[in-house]
Design a protein around this ligand. Structure first.
Ligand code: GLA
Length: 391
């Protein structure tokens, strides 16, 4: 989380006034442990909220607009409260918060005029869900400013943030990222059933092992269009299975049913969805009994399936996870998030972390010419208002 006094200092530099009436909010990014690309196929997924995320300093004003600024991104997007909130190309990144404001307005929420300054410590374009974080952050901020927190519990915050991404931004994402950002819990992973949008918390701990996030530093170019394409393919695969048996979701197909799909591409997509669902179940069992090696093996299998059947990894993520697996003390590694670049994760013996990072960075650079970055990750709480010391 960005240091609150730095954030407030920047807010005052930009908008003037005193710090007394400035409020602070935070929403985390997420990492997905396993259950990739099945949150739009009715599957179970296992994400965790991170300590990294986006913060907002906010002050209510008398104007009839919402002014925004950001430490990390250029421009001063605004939202006019006297007209309908529509997507505007020129608003750039400001469309993410604007989309959430629109969803709130559509639900009859009276939006308060305010000035907002955002600052994040999530690596940019790395697939740790900065877009879900800014959406959930906006939803929490605007509902709190309007005194509506009781009307919008965290699950509703997640759903309306997802709706903003689907309808306003035009990315047909599932519910996982917004849910994790809104409902994360310290030291826990979230076992989320995306059919019912309900979850339970699973303590995330392998004694003697750490979770490492590895940034490939390959930006996720074209990811949004490929993402929508994969989603459409899953719907087509489901239609193909339904000719013989009416199942609600692709993950409910049997392995035989997936192998019967005539189109080879759709067959592979369905094979990934069905096998990934079973890996999530087994991963939760490994977590419950503290079996890091079993969990790591499932991470490796998940990556293979995303590479060969779902085809969303790419040269860099394959090279990075290969490099990680060949290091001493690594139980397993896989890409995380949408793919096509971004981040991977590994489960690594804590006493071998230094050697692991050195070896993986060296091998990855030799294979791709790129420099990987590493973060040791802790699971943290979901979006919240931040109370300042003494406040
Ligand atoms: C992105 C989407 C999620 C999910 C993952 C892949 O992060 O926003 O809904 O589909 O990709 O698991």
């Amino acid at each position: 989380m960005t240091d609150p006094s730095t954030l407030i200092g920047k807010f005052i530099d930009l908008y003037g006034g005193k710090p007394d009436d400035v409020r602070l909010f935070f929403a985390p990014g997420r990492v997905n442990l396993i259950g990739e690309h099945i949150d739009y196929c009715g599957g179970n997924v296992l994400p965790a909220a991170l300590t990294l995320g986006i913060s907002a300093a906010v002050r209510i004003t008398r104007a009839r607009n919402i002014r925004m600024g950001s430490l990390n991104l250029p421009g001063s997007p605004t939202v006019n409260l006297d007209s309908n909130i529509e997507f505007e190309e020129s608003r750039g990144w400001g469309n993410y918060p604007a989309g959430v404001m629109r969803m709130l307005a559509d639900r009859g929420t009276a939006l308060r005029s305010c000035d907002i300054y955002f600052a994040g410590d999530l690596p940019d374009g790395a697939g740790l869900s900065s877009s879900a974080a800014i959406e959930v952050l906006t939803a929490v901020t605007m509902t709190r400013l309007a005194g509506y927190e009781a009307k919008f519990p965290p699950r509703d915050i997640a759903l309306l943030s997802q709706e903003a991404e689907n309808k306003f931004i035009g990315v047909n994402c599932g519910i996982m990222d917004q849910y994790a950002s809104a409902l994360g819990r310290k030291d826990h992973a979230i076992l989320l059933d995306t059919r019912t949008v309900s979850s339970k918390y699973v303590p995330f701990k392998f004694p003697g092992y750490s979770l490492v996030i590895m940034n490939s530093n390959k930006r996720r170019g074209l990811a949004d269009s490929k993402y929508n394409e994969r989603r459409a393919e899953c719907e087509a695969a489901l239609d193909a299975i339904r000719i013989k048996r009416n199942i609600a979701d692709l993950v409910r197909a049997t392995p035989d049913e997936t192998e019967d799909i005539p189109d080879p591409v759709l067959r592979r997509r369905a094979r990934h969805a069905v096998s990934e669902q079973s890996r999530v179940e087994r991963a939760v069992e490994c977590l419950t009994r503290g079996d890091a090696d079993g969990f790591g093996w499932l991470l490796n299998k998940s990556h293979e399936s995303l590479r060969d059947d779902y085809e969303v990894t790419g040269l860099e993520l394959d090279a990075l996870t290969d490099a990680a697996r060949s290091a001493n003390g690594c139980a397993g590694a896989r890409m995380t998030g949408a793919g096509f670049g971004g981040c991977a994760i590994a489960i690594v013996r804590t006493d071998k972390l230094d050697g692991f990072r050195e070896h993986t960075a060296r091998e990855y650079r030799a294979a791709t010419g790129l420099t990987a970055e590493f973060y040791t990750a802790d699971a943290d709480d979901g979006a919240r208002e931040v109370t300042l010391r003494g406040g």
